[in-house]
Design a protein around this ligand. Structure first.
Ligand SMILES: NC(=O)c1ccc[n+]([C@@H]2O[C@H](COP(=O)([O-])OP(=O)(O)OC[C@H]3O[C@@H](n4cnc5c(N)ncnc54)[C@H](OP(=O)(O)O)[C@@H]3O)[C@@H](O)[C@H]2O)c1
Length: 249
């Protein structure tokens, strides 16, 4: 039975991915700050399939929590990083911007780096059995978005960071492989319920895309196809034109 640790599984895409993994026969260890929401999944699927632990990725203790989780759960085949916050911020409320950076950038670096160092030193993985690290970034990280500067920049940072880690693991022969997951709009609590979003898909549908991408060990996964097309077109737009566009979502 394969094992996954899902960071940020109390709601949205992380929760849908954790549920799907269990339904596909995996054991999962799930973390987030809202432990009542994590407990719901444990009760639903049983404690033999779902282990829970409180973790706030913005706190330094997140690394000791991860150590404790791994020692109780075992070394996972997959570390799935879903924790994130977002939102538009055209007013540039500085605390909101910095909160996004702390959670999405600092939180990811803290947890993912700690796990890479575990992979490097544990002896649990090798060339034939590499640790798989998957991070939900976003199509929002592919170009700077004026209505959400910290969010789009934090997602770009996550994507580039994964590229850097992937190169580092290759240079240092660390047995880890990476998937950068870039969804378009997914109906979760991170979106503004009062706004209309085009090409919106459900968290369950996102989880199906992600499961297939992980199974096929995709390095970068953009979904669905409409966003893949859109991102391709975005890259063709020269910067001086991009910076004059009104991208409100
Ligand atoms: N929905 C979309 O349209 C969309 C599109 C592209 C990318 N994404 C990305 O997908 C990821 C998941 O978001 P979602 O859409 O599923 O929204 P969500 O339902 O709000 O889920 C966010 C998850 O992150 C966790 N989280 C937030 N702050 C945390 C912290 N300090 N420590 C630990 N966990 C924390 C939350 O758990 P607790 O609050 O319980 O801690 C929750 O489980 C995010 O990185 C988001 O940027 C979403």
């Amino acid at each position: 039975m394969k094992r996954a640790i899902v960071i940020g599984a109390s709601s949205g895409i992380g929760r849908a991915v954790a549920s799907l993994l269990v339904e596909k026969g995996w054991r999962v260890a799930i973390t987030a700050r809202r432990t009542d929401a994590l407990d719901e999944l444990r009760v639903m699927y049983g404690a033999d399939r779902v282990m829970t632990m409180a973790m706030d990725v913005t706190k330094v203790e997140a690394t000791t929590t991860l150590d404790r989780l791994i020692s109780e759960f075992g070394a996972p085949d997959l570390l799935f990083y879903a924790s994130g916050i977002g939102g538009q911020n055209p007013q540039l409320d500085i605390e909101k911007e910095l909160d996004i950076i702390r959670t999405n950038c600092e939180g990811m670096v803290r947890v993912v780096d700690h796990f890479v160092n575990f992979v490097r030193s544990s002896g649990e993985y090798d060339k034939k059995h590499k640790a798989h690290i998957a991070v939900i970034t976003s199509v929002a990280g592919t170009r700077g978005l004026g209505s959400a500067p910290a969010y789009s920049a934090s997602k770009a940072m996550q994507s580039e960071y994964i590229t850097a880690l992937s190169q580092l693991c290759s240079m240092e022969s660390i047995p880890a492989k990476f998937t950068d997951i870039r969804p378009g709009f997914v109906k979760t609590a991170i979106l503004n319920p009062e706004k209309h979003y085009p090409m919106l898909i459900s968290a369950q549908s996102a989880a199906q895309h992600i499961y297939r991408g992980i199974k096929h060990k995709r390095r970068v996964l953009i979904f669905d196809w409409r966003f893949k097309l859109l991102v391709g077109l975005w890259h063709l737009i020269p910067r001086f034109v991009w910076e004059r566009l009104k991208v409100r979502n």
